[in-house]
Design a protein around this ligand. Structure first.
Ligand code: ADP
Length: 157
């Protein structure tokens, strides 16, 4: 069975993440959606909130597991039988950061590959921070995030 790990902050999970996730399932039998908890990075939602939104949003997608780690994604992948990390690319602006991270991960473990998927063009402008900003500004973001995320955004207003 081919297993991949899709790590991220998912602060909150968006339709862009879901699109990348669904595309990755064409290449892998199982994808673990991994909340990579970075205590040094300030997040909009708590770990518990982010995990709840992730679980609720993917519950009808076969082949997906949701988990979290406070360690390195590469280490997590190795421990869970996955030799690929999934990441998404929106535009060239993502490339430099993603390229650097892929190189760093290769340094940590040369056997773990990073695989990139591009979301459908209608999702390329979506980022978690943009969603949070629009929602706080009173914009209807129901087209940008899974339904399960909407009540969490409403609570933050
Ligand atoms: P991180 O803090 O690790 O970058 P994110 O949750 O912001 O976590 O993103 C996780 C991954 O999903 C990243 O590789 C990011 O480029 C990708 N991603 C996020 N939004 C989109 C989108 N709209 N289209 C394609 N990829 C996306």
């Amino acid at each position: 069975m081919k297993i991949a790990v899709y790590p991220g902050s998912f602060d909150p999970i968006t339709n862009g993440h879901i699109d990348v996730l669904k595309r990755s399932l064409k290449a892998f039998d199982q994808v673990i959606l991994l909340l990579a908890v970075n205590p040094r990075k300030k997040s909009h939602f708590s770990v518990e909130e982010r995990l709840a939104m992730m679980k609720e949003s993917v519950k009808d997608i076969p082949g997906v597991l949701v988990d979290s780690t406070t360690g390195l994604s590469v280490t997590y992948a190795k421990e869970h039988g996955a030799n690929c990390l999934v990441r998404g690319l929106r535009a060239v602006t993502d490339f430099e950061y993603e390229f650097q991270m892929a190189a760093a991960n290769k340094y940590i473990d040369p056997e773990v590959e990073t695989v990139f998927f591009c979301a459908e063009s209608k999702y390329t402008f979506i980022s978690s921070s943009y969603v949070n900003e629009l929602s706080a500004g009173g914009v209807d973001v129901s087209g940008l995030v899974p339904k399960a995320v909407l009540p969490y955004l409403a609570k933050k207003k």
